[in-house]
Structure formats: C-alpha cells, structure tokens
Design a protein around this ligand. Structure first.
Ligand code: ADP
Ligand code: ADP
Length: 227
C-alpha cells in the first residue's frame, strides 16, 4: 500500500504543485492519476520513489515513511516508465531490458533469457532482440520500456504518460496489451495520464487532480462524477 498523508509539495520558486494530498493506494490496484497539465500528477508520482521529496506531510510505502529508506533501496522495489522510453541507444533491445539484472550481477545468459520471455509478454517479437532502439517504432520502444521496468520484478510500477507519445491506433493496442499484462502480474501500479478516457479504460481507481494540485475526486471509474 502507498499512502499520502497531508502531503504538500512547494517548489523553491513558491509554486505549490501538490496541495494537502491525502490518498491511499491499495496494494495490487491500478490507480490512475488524471487531470490537466500542471495539476501535480508527475510531482505526486515522483514523491513515491523520492525523485522529489514532499515539503510537508508523509508519503509511505507499506507503512514505512519513504524518507526512512535510502533512495537506491527504495527504487529497487519501484519500476518507473516514462513517455520517452529512455532506452540506451548503443545497447540492443535485449540488453536494454536486462539492464537492471546486469547491474545486480545476474548471469548474463540467464538475464537475456528472461528478457526474451518479457519481450513476448509485452507483445514484442523476440526477433527484434538484437536491434537497437532507433530501429524500433515508437510503440515498440514503449513496450521495451515496460519490459525493462518489469525485468527487476518490482512490486510497484510507476508509469508517467507511457503511451502518450504514440499515435492513437498504437496507443489503443498498447492499452489493451497492458490491461492483459496487468491481470497477470501482481503489482501495484500508479499510472499518470491527462486523458480521462485512458484513465477510465485502465484504472480500478481514479484520482482526479485539479489545477493547483488538489485532489478533486478519488473513485472507481463507474463512480466518478462528471467534472
Ligand atoms: P502534471 O504532471 O500534472 O503536468 P507537474 O507535477 O509536472 O504537473 O507540475 C505541477 C506544477 O508544478 C506545475 O505548475 C509546474 O509548472 C510546477 N513545477 C513542476 N516542476 C517544477 C520545478 N522544478 N520548479 C518549479 N515548478 C515546477
Ligand atoms: P510507427 O508507425 O509505430 O511509428 P515505424 O514506421 O516507425 O512505426 O516503424 C514500422 C516498422 O519498421 C516497425 O516494425 C519497426 O521495427 C521497423 N523499423 C523502423 N525503423 C527501422 C530501422 N531504422 N531499421 C529497421 N527497422 C525499422
């Protein structure tokens, strides 16, 4: 479980990005943070893995204040997927996916074997394994990003607009495959989007933010009130 208690983030220039946030994200849920640009979604997400620290209040993972855990240890349990997949251009796809297992000193052959299995799970043809990122389409690169985040098998996955940079048809198939994948893996997923249709399609719980960084609603998709 991830909890926010009275969390405010004020940037040094005085901007209040997140204002007095109380939120409980259940283990195993797919929670979507949605709202217009600038309403504090990314800031909220990054306070979970301590890329950003709260100014006030407490963020906790499984009951433990994230400030009591050193960031590398915390992040080992938290995968992170962003809009630009952020792949290493000079490494092959399979080695991009195996980045974390390599860093953890896992046997290379085994790590690559697991990476190939992950490629199939995210809908990537294993024949693409030896290509480089620039030789893949945008949608394929995002799949690699998801596979790489899953390779470390973290209990928590943070996803910031992972499907926003691809065209609508590719986006729809990424969403459909992601829903299938989510049903298979037991992870707590926090997913940021500005697209309410995507939020309703993917989320079991939806947190609607409004400009100024306040939480306006937190409900299951069929219980949302028209904003
Ligand atoms: P969203 O993800 O919903 O688009 P963000 O969390 O990125 O929103 O930003 C929330 C607010 O905080 C915005 O007004 C944004 O301009 C501001 N902001 C984000 N990062 C910084 C920063 N490093 N310094 C100052 N203001 C920031
Ligand atoms: P999208 O419409 O998703 O952006 P692209 O037009 O970028 O797709 O790519 C279509 C197909 O061509 C993909 O299967 C991709 O793997 C392949 N491809 C794209 N660029 C290259 C390249 N430089 N070398 C080899 N294959 C490529």
């Amino acid at each position: 479980m991830i909890t926010f208690e009275g969390v405010t983030k004020r940037y040094p220039d005085g901007t209040v990005a997140v204002d007095s946030l109380d939120l409980e994200i259940a283990a195993g849920s797919l929670t979507v943070l949605v709202g217009p640009s600038g309403c504090g979604k990314t800031t909220t997400l990054r306070m979970i893995n301590r890329m950003i620290d709260a100014t006030e209040g407490t963020v906790a993972v499984d009951g433990r204040d994230v400030r009591d855990v050193d960031p590398p240890t915390l992040r080992r349990g938290i995968g992170y997927v962003i809009q630009q997949a952020g792949l290493f251009p000079h490494r092959t796809i399979v080695d991009n996916i195996a980045t974390v297992p390599f860093l953890l000193g896992q046997d290379k052959k085994r790590a690559r074997g697991q990476a190939l299995e992950l490629m199939e799970r995210v809908g990537l043809d294993p024949k693409l394994a030896k290509r480089y990122p620039a030789q893949l389409s945008g949608g394929q690169q995002q799949r690699v990003g998801v596979a790489r985040a899953l390779a470390a098998d973290p209990p928590i996955l943070l996803m910031d607009e992972p499907f926003s940079a691809v065209d609508p048809i590719v986006r729809t198939s990424l969403q459909d495959e992601f829903l299938r994948l989510q049903a298979e893996v037991e992870k707590t997923i926090v997913f940021v989007t500005h697209d309410i249709d995507e939020a309703v399609k993917l989320g079991n719980k939806i947190a609607v933010f409004q400009v100024g960084g306040r939480l306006a609603q937190y409900a299951a998709p069929d219980e949302l009130l028209d904003a």
